[in-house]
Design a protein. Structure first.
Length: 543
């Protein structure tokens, strides 16, 4: 005898209406979740995963969002028919949600204690010492170090992993029957990601809680889910037990997702290639100032004595957890922040140059940032964004010549030049990242820093960007400094690797050596978290 489902979604459809235009975001979706089980909704961005989940708690932007069909039954009660008071009781009490980006989900003006206490006060009526004791208990359960010290912290004072743990504490405060986890580990370091997943598994098993897991990371699905629903264009195209889906996928889209992990090898390293950029004993120390006179009492050693060189047509990957100094290192190499120690570009020492003296070098030294949406101006067209550097570096170019350069840059990254007249919000995440790459390439640089360029992209889009970067490197002999915590992507791009921790190099060598014969426990932990070594035991992760 099978137990009744805790949550049952039956023939759910979601439309978004803007004037006379109607977007069919979710089409006739049905699935059940039983108590204590985990169902994963899998698919690329825009497939309808999050819209389906937000429908459960009625968090869509009504009335522009509407349900032309369907019902959502929780414990036998149709949530779509509940009045506002009934929904308020369910939200955060019976059903909780962990949102994708904790920094935007947490209130920047409230402390950790205030935000968790608010949930307890509204739903449980707790206050005073009882409330504080429960907050401390929750922070301890989710693995926050020194929970008493963190009570007065604000979100910006926490790391990404700590913020996600606070979000989990808020979601679990009232011991919900169902937890909706929307991309709970996106953009987290591999070791932090592994810790968060282990935490969720432990908390789930301890309370017999059900979970709806929304993700595009199939490695997480394999580890966490009992059952899987694969979504594409608002529809469920395949469903089944997790093991069966992975071992015997039936739908072409499911097979495509499973096969989409970045593959291949970087262009072969030429030992005689010229050195494009070199740094010796590079240091970036931030002073700690205290007291009325703001005296320097110490330093945060963000980058502490790093030696590196990047050769033409090759990729040096810098890996490590958040706070290890990866991005700071990249900014120092481009002279975007102050540093100490020699930095040589094609033999010219540039570490003492101010912004005026660096301007001629900016053409050759470019960067692609982690978040393309945040780094592209929403007020400028794609053409204006890409040509901005040309206008500064080569003002003698005519309007027609600039347009030609923009069109060629868009073609290089696989986009139609007609897109030059559109704006960033009109593109997907993968397309925006291609635009950011085109902006860097239009100046024909020799050295390119890639700062987490694939961390927030779907797996299939990640694979496309990796293939694009390899192709561009072969054609233009570009030198890359690739900053990442995703070792699967690093494996597909890097010739050599530096592993950073607390601003220092803990391991350095060729990619093959670091992947196949790691020397330090820290590197081994990164590899174990990234590749799930139990699953890859006996396989050569460097190939």
């Amino acid at each position: 005898m099978t137990k009744d489902p805790l949550l049952s979604i039956d023939d759910l459809s979601v439309d978004f209406r803007a004037g006379d235009n109607v977007t069919h975001a979710v089409k006739n979706v049905s699935f059940d979740i039983k108590k204590g089980e985990t169902l994963a909704l899998v698919g690329e961005s825009g497939s309808g995963k999050t819209v389906t989940a937000l429908s459960i708690l009625q968090l869509l932007p009504y009335p522009s969002a509407e349900h032309p069909s369907g019902a959502i039954h929780f414990k036998g009660e149709n949530l779509l028919a509940l009045p506002p008071d009934g929904l308020r009781h369910v939200r955060g009490n019976n059903i909780s949600m962990i949102f994708q980006e904790p920094m935007t989900s947490l209130n920047p003006l409230h402390t950790v204690e205030q935000q968790i206490a608010e949930v307890l006060r509204i739903h449980k009526g707790l206050s005073g010492q009882k409330c504080r004791a429960r907050v401390l208990d929750l922070l301890t359960k989710v693995g926050i170090d020194d929970p008493k010290e963190r009570l007065a912290s604000y979100p910006h004072q926490l790391s990404g992993g700590q913020r996600q743990r606070v979000m989990i504490a808020m979601a679990l405060a009232n011991e919900p029957d169902l937890l909706i986890a929307d991309e709970p580990t996106t953009a987290l370091d591999v070791t932090i990601q592994a810790q968060i997943l282990e935490l969720l598994l432990k908390l789930k098993s301890g309370s017999n809680m059900a979970m709806l897991l929304i993700t595009h990371d199939l490695g997480i699905v394999r580890k966490m889910a009992d059952d899987v629903c694969v979504m594409k264009s608002g529809e469920i195209v395949e469903r089944g037990v997790t093991k069966d889906i992975f071992d015997h996928p039936k739908h072409a889209y499911t097979k495509h997702l499973i096969a989409s992990e970045p593959k291949g090898l970087p262009p072969a390293a030429n030992p005689n290639a010229k050195v494009i950029l070199k740094a010796d004993d590079l240091r970036v120390w931030f002073p700690i100032k205290r007291g009325f006179l703001r005296r320097t009492v110490g330093h945060i050693k963000a980058v502490d004595g790093i030696d590196l060189e990047v050769k033409e047509g090759q990729t040096l990957a810098v890996v490590g957890e958040s706070g290890s100094g990866k991005t700071t290192l990249g900014l120092a190499l481009l002279r975007l922040i102050s540093s100490e120690g020699p930095i040589l570009y094609l033999g010219d020492r540039i570490d003492g140059f101010d912004s005026k003296r660096m301007r001629p070098y900016r053409r050759d030294l470019q960067i692609v940032f982690q978040d393309p949406y945040g780094s592209l101006s929403p007020r400028m067209s794609i053409g204006q964004i890409i040509e901005e550097g040309l206008a500064i570096q080569d003002p003698s170019l005519s309007r027609a010549e600039r347009d030609e350069h923009v069109a060629n840059a868009l073609k290089e990254v696989g986009l139609d030049p007609i897109f030059a007249h559109r704006y960033p919000h009109e593109f997907s995440g993968g397309q925006r990242q291609r635009i950011a790459i085109a902006r860097a390439l239009v100046l024909e640089p020799k050295f390119l820093i890639l700062d987490e360029p694939t961390s927030a992209l779907d797996v299939s889009v990640q694979a496309q960007i990796v293939d694009l970067l390899r192709d561009l490197q072969r054609r233009h002999k570009l030198a890359y400094l690739f900053i990442s915590h995703d070792l699967k992507v690093v494996r597909a791009l890097a010739n050599s690797i530096i592993v950073l921790r607390h601003g220092k190099v803990v391991e350095q060598g060729t990619a093959r050596t670091v992947f196949s014969k790691p020397k330090t426990d820290y590197t081994k932990a990164l590899l174990a978290a990234a590749f799930d070594l139990e699953a890859t035991k006996g396989a050569d992760v460097a190939t």
